[in-house]
Design a binder for this molecule. Sequence first.
Ligand code: NDP
Ligand code: NHF
Length: 421
Amino acid sequence: APAVVSGQNLNSKLQMAAIGCDAKGWSDTREMANHPQVQHVAFCDVDLSRTGKVRELNPEAPVYQDYRKMFEEMGDQIDAVTVSTADHTHAIITLDAMRRGKHVYCQKPLTHNIWESRQIRLQNRKSDVITRLGNQIHSHSYYRTAVKAIQDGAIGKVKRVQSWCAATGHGKSGFMDRPKNPVSPPSSLAWDLWVAVAPMRPYGVDRAYHPWGWRDWQDFGNGALGDFGCHILDPVFSALNITGAPLDAKADHTGMNDEVWPAQTTVDYTFPGTEYTTGSELKITWNDGGRLPGVGGSHVPPTTALPRSGSLFIGEKGSLVLPHVGEMRLYGDVPEEVETLESLNHYHGWVDGCLSGKQPSDGFEYGGALTEAVLLGNIAVRYRGETLKWDAESLTIPNKPEASKWVTREYREGWEIEPVA
Ligand SMILES: NC(=O)C1=CN([C@@H]2O[C@H](COP(=O)(O)OP(=O)(O)OC[C@H]3O[C@@H](n4cnc5c(N)ncnc54)[C@H](OP(=O)(O)O)[C@@H]3O)[C@@H](O)[C@H]2O)C=CC1
Ligand SMILES: O=C1CO[C@H](CO)[C@@H](O)[C@@H]1O
C-alpha cells in the first residue's frame, strides 16, 4: 500500500518517483523536490547518461531504466510519479501508475492519441488518485487573470476565438525522411525501452528522435499542435468552460509525408457553445508555424502587432488578446481595471492535492478532454480540406469512417495498452 494514502498522514512525506529525468523531466523533478513534503525515492530514465542531476539530488535513490521494473521492485514505496517522457510513452506509463494507485503528474499533451486519453479519463474516474497535466502556465497569473476577466464578462459573451503558435514543427519541412545510414544508439540508452509502444526503427542519428527531435515524427509526437495546443488552448478551455468535445474539425497545411507533421498548420474547430459564448456553437481556429490570424471582426485595431503565440477572444463588446506567456490586452468597450490573480505553483498544487486528497479542478478529466480536442486536429491534418465530424462518445468520425483508425495506433507486441473496463 502507498506510504501516504490520500487525505491521511498529513505530516508524512509524499514519496515520489520521477520518470524522465532530464530536460523537462529535470525541471519537473526540481520543482517537485522544492516542496518540503516531497521525498524522491526512485528515478527512471531510459538514458542513464541523462541521470546525473537526479543522482545528485538524492544519491540514495535507485535509478532505473525500465519503469516497469521500478514499479515491481519499489511499487510499495512510491506514492506519486511525474511522467516527463516523450509523448508516445505518456499513456502506457501513466495508466500503469494509476492502476497501481499512484498519483500522477504527466506532461502535456496527456497522450499521443485520442483513445489513450479516453482510457486515462476512464481510469481516472475509477482510481482514487490525484492527477494533473504538466501545462504549468495554467496556474500563471497571466492565464488565471485572463480566464477570470472573461468569466467576469470583461468583453461580454465570446463569439469567436483564434489561437496561434510560432513553432513550426521545429523548423522541419513536413517532408523529412528517416536518417540514412543510422548509427547504433549510445550504450547508455535502452533504445528498445525508448521506442516502447511505437513500431521499432533504428536509432538514427543523435537527436533525430531522442532527445527532443521526436516531436516532429508522427510515431512519437504530434508536431507544433501537439506540442503547444495543450498550453495555448488551455486558457480558452478554462475561460469558456469548454467541457464538450469538438463537433468537427477541418485542417489546412503546407503539406506532409507519412513520417513527419507539416511545417505550418491551420485547424478550424466547431465546439458546442457554453454559458460564456454567444451562440450554441463556437468556432475556434488554431494556427501554427508562424501563421497569424487576421484581427478582422474583432475590436483590435488593424495595425496592432499580435504576439508571436497566443489567443484572440472576440466578445460582444470587446476583444482580449492573451499572449503565450504574457499580460493580456483588452480592446473595445471594456472595464478600465480588472482583478489580477496571483500565480500559483502548479507543481506544488498537485503535491498539496496528493497530501490532502483534494483533486485540483484541472485533473486528467480536464487534461484528457483538452488533449482529445488537440489531437482531433491532427486527424483532420491527415485529410486536408475535409470537415471531419466527431462522435466523441464512440470515438469515431462518422462522415469519414477510414479516418477513425487514427484515433488509436497499432501497439508494438509486448507494449499493448489494456483498455479500461
Ligand atoms: N510543460 C512544459 O513547458 C514542457 C513540457 N515538455 C514535455 O515534457 C516531455 C519531455 O520533453 P523533453 O524533456 O523536451 O524531451 P526529451 O526527449 O529531451 O527528454 C525526455 C526524457 O524522458 C526520458 N524517457 C523517454 N522515454 C522514457 C521511458 N519510457 N522511461 C523513462 N524515461 C524515458 C528521456 O530519456 P532519453 O534521454 O533517452 O530521451 C529523457 O530523459 C514531453 O511530453 C514534452 O511535451 C517539454 C518541455 C517543456
Ligand atoms: O512550453 C514548451 C516550450 O517549448 C517546448 C519545445 O517546443 C515545448 O515542448 C514545451 O511545451
